[in-house]
Design a protein around this ligand. Sequence first.
Ligand SMILES: Cc1ncc(Cn2c(C)c(CCOP(=O)(O)OP(=O)(O)O)sc2=O)c(N)n1
Length: 568
Amino acid sequence: SSDNDTPALTDGFHLVIDALKLNGIDTIYGLPGIPITDLTRLAQAEGLRVISFRHEQNAGNAAAAAGFLTQKPGICLTVSAPGFLNGLTALANATVNCFPMILISGSSEREIVDLQQGDYEEMDQLNAAKPFCKAAYRVLHAQDIGIGVARAIRTALSGRPGGVYLDLPAKLFSQTMEAQAGQRSLVKVVDPAPRQLPAPDTVQRALELLKGAKRPLILLGKGAAYAQADVEIRNLVERSGIPYLPMSMAKGLLPDTHAQSASAARSYVLAEADVVMLVGARLNWLLSHGKGKTWGAPKRFIQIDISPTEIDSNVPIEAPLIGDIGSCVSALLAGIGPGWTKPSAEWTGAIAQRKDKNLSKMAETLSQDPSPMNFHSALGAIREMVKARPDIMVVNEGANTLDFARSIVDMYEPRKRLDCGTWGIMGIGMGFAVAAAVTTGKPVIAIEGDSAFGFSGMEVETICRYNLPVCIVVFNNNGVYKGTDVNLAKGTDPAPTVFVKGARYDLLMEAFGGKGVTAATPQELSHAMQEAIASGRPTLINALIDETAGTESGRITNLNPQKAATKA
Ligand SMILES: Cc1ncc(Cn2c(C)c(CCOP(=O)(O)OP(=O)(O)O)sc2=O)c(N)n1
């Protein structure tokens, strides 16, 4: 505001908002409080969509999922100290999963924090964040806000995407400066995720290895989904004729029903392949570190990755291909011409044989209709739902609920499945569901173990408040993994892994005006999902699952430390 001779002023609040808007940010996921409440109000007033949560971890998970889905950094905004710490888990998880997000937290005054004089929510947040993210920046002066936001955006998006922390002390927001100078201080980031082309000789080396392979395999990781190089990746698989395996969040890059999908013969192809090309997939615990009985004889690996230091992380890589996935895959495609020799019918035939056997076993299992429902029969209903509506966003967490859904619920389009990812973290469900609904406008089905749902379940109020088209299916088997554990000391307390029997999760959703349903059969589950998708109304389906079904830790029981002989 200004009269004739005094120049118009701007302030820290508006410079942060203008910097975000200048860089195409349209949504903030957060939780208001000192010192950022007015920032949330002003951001909304200036046209940003502000989605406010009940716990900062869920806001952070939403920001991370938004980053994965849009290739723009998701923004999570929290208060200082405890709010910042609640967001830090999501920032760390984003960094581990290579999702671009920026955690912006208000913070206490430097001079008080550095003298440890006991400020309100005093904490050295900048240094607390550094070990868990790609980079952490602090802005002390209004004229530096533009460059600070620009640095955070570029760091989150460039190279291997990940989490960035941006520390904004309370006093920054009320600082003023001339409005024109303020606008000039803002920075629109140019090309934040520059293409990185692979060296031609590295492309040749990879092609030679593929040409010489007798039993080649392509492994697609979630990096391949994030890259949004969908046509190139589909062409690479189809023109090379090489069978492929999608990791869980790469499902849908090609339809899971694709003739070259080897998912239903996963163990066979991992053990028998001779040359394996990793595309945006890392050889971590999810791939048994590239060695051991899962992999059988040592493999010859080609690895496409944006980060050169990922190479040789677990096993020697014979043909590293460093660059962004779109550029690398395009370069390979240029070398796969009409003269390309597709893999032998012996290899593809052997895979097809095992695939058909496993798929008919699954069909047999899914044709059963046990009472009470088990994981398979409930997931069979969801499988049919997604087949009918491939545009639906799927969120998935739990143990058995996660592991079985990964193979039973086929995906048909890229970036339609969000799950526990690299860490196998519980609690991403509602944050991811909110982001999936907000960023895509599509219906969301959240397939939730009952324990997993409990981590973020309070956000059903958030989902109702914004009237988001989210249908939550809680696999209610009365406990963590199962519902049948007993107290070893025969005491009156329940075992640590069981929940209240007959829990009514559906009433949680009704408490906030959403629709709650109990489903005891796959038919009831299907009907309730169809109603939810048709209405677009927040819905929670309490799916009653046999409490004896399932195994501890789903498929990763091997990670449980071996118990010493238990006392008689
Ligand atoms: C943050 C966090 N806490 C705890 C765990 C340990 N954990 C936990 C607590 C799981 C929940 C399994 O119970 P559920 O009811 O969600 O799933 P199922 O009933 O489908 O087995 S799966 C798993 O690895 C985790 N991965 N992440």
